[in-house]
Design a protein. Sequence first.
Length: 302
Amino acid sequence: MAIETINEYAEPDPEREDLTRQAQPGAAPQTPADVTLRAHATAAIKRLLQEHPAMAKEIKETLRTRVYLRELAGRTNQAEVTAADTDDLVSNLAVKLDPAGHRTLGFGLGAALVTGLVVLDAVPLNWAAQAFGLTAAGTLLVTFILVVASIGAMLGFEITRSRPRRRAVLAVVVTTGYLALLGLRTQFLTTVAGDSLPVAFLQSAVLTAISAGLVWCGAAVLARTRSFGYSRARGAARRAAQAAGDARAAQLAAAEKLRRHIGMLHQMLLPWALSAAAPEGVDHGTWAAALEEAIHALFQTP
């Protein structure tokens, strides 16, 4: 049974091998005597395998490793194709969305930073909302509206990045809004809190500057953040490249394991084969070389 399994995967075809040898550069032409000698050597190796059933386990392990190596070769090829496809997609998206390579933040990191800046901006905006003199619920509503306006300003600066005129109009609108908040906050501090005008103006200016700075930082973060699709494609490309690398490493490990098994079979078979009598008219050195060649043909790596 072991011999039949070997033949299924690795039995050499003398005619095909003769043609291959003749096609190799510098290979000596095969004579009928050479073909006959190699057939005798192959038959001797098979006979030894039948006479030593203890080698069946090693043979089965060798064949199992060979099949596994072929599967890994297919997986490696598929992983490399996937990695190449995802890399091409990332390259196309980079040309379309980030030709200068300025967007260095992933979508998740950029979104987290912008969210943190918005949360921080809610504090000075809440203080600014108190200048309207509303109830607690009304103040929270105004704060929410101001926060939404801040987010809109961040997104607006990002959207109008390549449109200078619209960006300038947006900057004028945002500046006007902050000046209005500065005036309302100053008036609130002078009338309600009783602060002097310089002190009230200084406090209001600091709060307004903090809020404006947070909005500017948010716009800067958005300018360095990749889009969701682009960031997702880069992540897929990294995973595909990692998978291809792992598949290649597994394939190399399996190939090395197969070589060890074949080397062990070679070490076990060759001494037994050399103890067999050489065919008539064949010297010992030629017979040993033919046996070694037959072993390599029977257990050659894919």
